[in-house]
Design a protein around this ligand. Structure first.
Ligand code: AMP
Ligand code: ZN
Length: 148
């Protein structure tokens, strides 16, 4: 798939902070997080909409997402709750046309803080990037808790 940012991340042509990887999917830190410790899970195979994937691959993405959420919580991200979010199509605010499941750690009462960030995400203007050092440190912490 030419010119797909997430295919490039899956193929390691583009830098990312990897949390998990197997033969079917890869998970990495969102560079413009909606909550501290925000992770994206993507299939390695390109597809825009969820129903382009075989059923077992769809289920795999969610199953891995679930495991990562447990690890995020052990690492202190989203202890009180998490948004599992999948924007399926442009009209649903999908800005990167490669299937991805968001795992967005939330904190009690963070909605007001989150509103401006959500508004920017919807327009595709994401604001300031989180530094690679911070993303790498968060990814390491989550990876360590995936093993426990
Ligand atoms: P969506 O709006 O559902 O398509 O989500 C796309 C997500 O990709 C957004 O949350 C962005 O912050 C995120 N994103 C964009 N570029 C990168 C990148 N280079 N590395 C990690 N996440 C990214
Ligand atoms: Zn792609």
């Amino acid at each position: 798939m030419p010119n797909c940012l997430f295919c490039d991340i899956a193929q390691k042509k583009e830098q990312s902070s990897i949390v998990y990887e197997d033969e079917l999917c890869i998970a990495f830190m969102d560079i413009f997080p909606l909550g501290t410790g925000h992770v994206l899970v993507i299939p390695k195979k390109h597809g825009v909409l969820l129903n382009e994937l075989e059923q077992n691959l769809q289920a795999h993405i969610f199953s891995i997402g679930n495991k990562i959420v447990s690890a995020q919580r052990k690492a202190g991200f989203g202890v009180k709750g998490t948004n599992f979010l999948l924007n399926d199509g442009k009209a649903a605010n999908q800005t990167v046309p490669h299937i991805h499941l968001h795992l967005i750690p939330r904190e009690k009462g963070d909605f007001l803080k989150a509103i401006p960030k959500i508004a920017l995400h919807v327009t595709g203007v994401f604001g300031r990037r989180t530094s690679r050092e911070t993303l790498n440190a968060q990814a390491k912490l989550i990876r360590e808790h995936l093993l426990t």
